[in-house]
Design a binder for this molecule. Structure first.
Ligand SMILES: [Zn+2]
Length: 263
């Protein structure tokens, strides 16, 4: 048995036997659905642009510019409601968690593809928010609009921002920005994620570059609790003590599901 076959069977055993298991998924999972991960982009100017602009401070300075020059450009593959679909990696996770209601999926992705693939609401935490949900920026209003079709973005072409239908203040996407904390809005589900990660026997990282707050938190919590940590990715994790299951998620995860949930 090769090293990777050994890792595959070891991870399959964990998925099949452990009750308290958290999947933590990142951009690498959605690559096969046609979405580009921008975190590890070799284009430093682009990465810089994202982190410079992706803040609530920038939004408040100039909402129209933020929407037009940042949000729509940085999320061009999502913002126009293009028909992106879950891939074999998403579907394999759905198949594995369906038969294990105690397992939780925490995703960094705002693309909604776990939901589209059929992961139940109570088993899913979209920790960085959703691209198709919007919130009023007036403190105290808290109006949330969803899904995508409820907000008409065509006003941006005329130089005005989409506005709250209650108080007329500018709307923003309900996604976590770089200068905000995970506890900034209950929709991010940080309490649920924290509870599950603190108590996990196993945490499976999928397609993440370990460069965001939630992966730092998960590594620390997992180590504290003595959880098994698994990295499903195209490259090995730099952190010590993780089981590496190498390969594209859309190949590795179906192979895993074929063992844990044979049809
Ligand atoms: Zn409002």
């Amino acid at each position: 048995m090769s090293e990777q076959d050994g890792a595959l069977h070891e991870v399959a055993r964990l998925v099949s036997t452990c009750e308290r298991l958290v999947w933590l998924t990142g951009a690498g999972l959605s690559v096969a659905s046609g979405l580009l991960p921008y975190r590890k982009s070799k284009d430093a100017v682009w990465s810089r642009f994202i982190t410079d602009w992706g803040t609530i401070e920038r939004f408040r300075e100039s909402p129209v510019e933020w929407w037009r020059e940042f949000w729509l450009k940085a999320h061009a593959d999502l913002a126009h409601g293009s028909p992106i679909e879950p891939n074999a990696g998403h579907d394999a996770i759905t198949r594995m968690v369906r038969s294990r209601p105690a397992h939780l999926v925490v995703t960094q992705n705002i693309d909604g593809l776990h939901r589209k693939s059929g992961v139940a609401e109570q088993q899913l935490v979209e920790i960085h928010g959703r691209h198709d949900r919007f919130i009023c920026t007036r403190p105290g209003c808290a109006r949330v609009l969803e899904p995508f079709g409820t907000v008409d973005l065509s006003c941006l072409d005329e130089g005005t921002v989409p506005r709250c239908d209650v108080c007329a203040e500018p709307l923003r996407p309900l996604v976590l920005l770089f200068d905000e904390s995970y506890d900034a809005h209950p929709a991010y589900g940080m309490r649920t994620a924290r509870r599950a990660l603190n108590d996990a026997e196993v945490i499976l990282f999928v397609g993440t570059s370990f460069s965001v707050g939630i992966t730092d938190y998960a590594i620390r919590a997992g180590r504290y609790a003595g959880a098994r940590l698994v990295n499903v990715n195209v490259e090995a994790a730099e952190q010590h003590g993780l089981v590496n299951l190498l390969g594209p998620a859309e190949v590795t995860l179906p192979a895993l599901a074929a063992i844990t949930d044979p049809s």
